[in-house]
Ligand binder design. Structure first.
Ligand code: MIC
Ligand code: SF4
Length: 643
């Protein structure tokens, strides 16, 4: 009998399937080949890994990157870096030193392998889809389980083919393509999907462009995005000195998809995401002439050699406008090295750009916050309100081409007016892996290595088994599209990531600064805190702190109209029941501060997930759609408590 024709997703997943049947089960368990962490989520991931008592990582490769908290004001960041380095040495993890670059760019350059699975404690891990990897973002504890050899669970995916045809016009690039896809599918309603890019247009995109598209697929809320591994991938890997990592993975002729959407690349216009959502997509043309105060270029979405070299070509022999501040953060040392050799760095300096560290930096609001009310054009992937560090700033997400063209006039400009020549894919990238430590002991670890723990590293709190009945309080009521940046702000608060009691002080800081105190007061009275939310609760980052810190504050349930994938998984991992309103209109029946009775919650979780909640305005039904695995975790009080 002829084997079924498979798409790329089916090929990779079927080769990694360890639990579940895609034809009938709602959840699949897959084997993870590689993991990555970054420092802001990594400390927790490794503390959790440590508490599992496994002597060394069991993956093919695990890499610990330091790229988020690099500003080092105070001792906390440096303490975290030391801890991470010592953990890497002990457990057989490759350690990417601070200064090496941004995790996703580095992983793509040096480690991403077609046909493998990668799990990362960062929502932009899908960048690996650019080289035909099934790369998924998850909470730190899921990475810890994967490093210990456990499976990772995903909702059985529906696969949408994004068929690319034609070729991009000069001045239009990958960022415009993903913004076009976001314009169509938005930032909600895509949970459980995987987007597979296919069609003749794929061959016209180089690997960095594919990676940009896969990276920002995270904003759609999909499980991941993936490109085939073809001749372009082969050339890229060979140029990175990794020809042996290449395997061809393309969809079989006649492979089936659950849905198809076609993008004619030749018709894509320069696009931008207007404040305050990556899904708020408009054309650059519609904003032409808008005065701009700041332009930030880089982040894991657009910091490749191709991107920054393109910016240099736009700025060559010119100067940025007087009243605009331009900052550039490259993705890796390899990128900087190439820009130094071909003269681009000199061009950018001469043009008046501020050359920033090759780290997340501005993207996460760690520095370079714009002035009050500023218009800031940025090439990163998220423009949630306040993420830049300035609440009143109007952040627009754009391509490097639009950023560069606009830098010259200080106004939004069309990059297609005076486009520059395409940057050819380098034949050979300069390779310098000196800042990846412990490559020789990867997978083995170093016997007797001691873990270094500064005072900022606090133990991980554990959850408690779910009670039979709960008397609770609606500790907060929020609206639609609440992001993890609202729940657990990063920026200036980021340095407390390894210290839960301290970080928990800032839960919901942008929405209700009293949340922490109120929750602790309720907890003291023996009341369970409940979060009431609208659609797409928990969009954005993979940070498990957005579940872990609420757990610490006594939050036992979230009742929302809908919850995004990674955040929902994090809630379960930390023993918080993710309910949705059976009738979304019941959202109006609850107000902040209402006393809520969740009688029989334990039986409901163990059974069909349906619970009648009693509030001052009557009762309403909520439901948690849970797999048996998730039920078990919730009843135990979370993953760590279940071990
Ligand atoms: C982000 O872009 O929001 C982050 C910071 O990279 C997060 C991870 C984190 O919160 O540490 C992400 O995308 O998962
Ligand atoms: Fe870093 Fe920004 Fe990428 Fe997150 S989105 S990994 S903060 S560069």
């Amino acid at each position: 009998m002829k084997a079924k024709q498979m798409n790329v997703v089916e090929k990779i997943l079927s080769a990694h399937l360890v639990e579940g049947d895609p034809a009938k089960d709602p959840e699949l368990g897959i084997r993870i080949d590689q993991t990555l962490t970054q420092d802001a989520t990594g400390t927790m991931a490794y503390l959790q890994f440590e508490s599992m008592g496994v002597p060394r990582v069991k993956t093919d490769l695990s890499v610990s990157y330091v790229d988020h908290n690099t500003v080092q004001i105070g001792f906390e960041n440096a303490d975290d870096h030391d801890f991470l380095q010592s953990v890497a040495k002990k457990y057989g993890i490759v350690y990417s030193k601070c200064g090496n670059g941004i995790c996703h760019q580095l992983h793509l350059e040096r480690f991403g392998k077609p046909g493998t699975t990668l799990l990362g404690s960062d929502s932009h891990t899908p960048t690996g889809g650019g080289v035909g990897q099934i790369a998924i973002g998850a909470g730190g504890i899921d990475i810890a389980v994967a490093m210990a050899g456990g499976a990772f669970h995903i909702p059985t995916p529906k696969v949408r083919a994004i068929v690319l045809k034609g070729k991009l016009r000069k001045g239009v690039s990958a960022k415009d393509v993903i913004l076009k896809v976001l314009e169509k599918f938005g930032t909600k309603g895509n949970v459980g999907w995987i987007f597979e890019y296919t069609g003749p247009g794929v061959a016209t995109l180089d690997v960095p462009s594919r990676a940009t598209i896969a990276n920002m697929g995270a904003e759609l809320g999909v499980t991941t995005s993936v490109f085939p591994s073809d001749a372009v991938t082969k050339q890229f890997l060979a140029a990175q000195g990794r020809a042996k990592d290449f395997v061809k993975i393309v969809a079989d002729k006649g492979a089936k998809y659950d849905d198809t959407f076609t993008v004619d690349l030749s018709k894509v216009e320069p696009m931008m995401a207007a404040p305050h959502s990556p899904g708020n997509v408009v054309t650059v043309k519609s904003k032409k002439g808008l005065k701009v105060n700041q332009i930030m270029i880089g982040s894991c979405t657009n910091s490749s050699y191709r991107d920054i070299r393109t910016v240099a070509l736009y700025l060559k022999g010119k100067h940025v406008a007087d009243d605009v501040e331009v900052g550039i953060a490259c993705g890796s040392r390899q990128v900087i090295n190439m820009l130094a050799k071909d003269g681009s760095l000199a061009i950018l300096h001469a043009a008046g750009c501020r050359m920033l560290e090759n780290a997340c930096g501005f993207c996460i609001g760690a520095h370079m916050s714009p002035r009050t009310g500023a218009v800031s054009l940025r090439t990163n992937n998220r423009n949630f309100e306040g993420r830049s560090g300035t609440k009143s700033a109007q952040v627009y997400l754009v391509s490097p081409e639009t950023a560069a063209a606009s830098a010259l006039t200080g106004k939004v400009e069309l990059p297609t007016k005076n486009p520059v020549a395409a940057v050819p894919s380098p034949k050979k990238f300069p390779i310098d892996d000196a800042m990846f430590l412990y490559r020789a002991t990867a997978g083995k670890g170093v016997k007797g290595a001691e873990i270094v723990r500064g005072p900022n590293i606090a133990p991980v709190p554990k959850g408690e088994p779910l009670a039979k009945d709960l008397k609770g309080v609606a500790a907060i009521k929020v609206g639609d599209k609440i992001t993890t940046d609202h729940i657990m702000p990063a920026g200036a608060r980021l340095k407390f990531r390894s210290n839960i009691p301290q970080y928990a002080k800032f839960v919901f800081e942008p929405c209700d600064p009293k949340f922490h105190d109120n929750c602790l007061a309720n907890k003291e009275k023996g009341l369970a805190n409940v979060i009431i939310a609208g659609e797409s609760y928990g969009q954005g980052s993979s940070r498990e702190h957005a579940a872990l810190c609420p757990m610490y504050l006594g939050v036992k349930a979230v009742i929302a109209k809908s919850i995004e994938r990674i955040h929902r998984a994090n809630l379960v991992n930390f023993g918080i029941v993710p309910f949705f309103f059976e009738n979304p209109k019941d959202y109006d029946k609850v107000a902040a501060g209402d006393a809520l009775e969740l009688k029989g919650i334990r039986d409901a979780v163990a059974g069909d997930g349906v619970l009648e909640v009693k509030g001052p305005k009557g009762t309403f039904r909520v439901k948690a759609a849970l797999s048996d695995r998730e039920k078990h975790l919730l009843l135990c009080g979370g993953l760590l408590a279940s071990l």
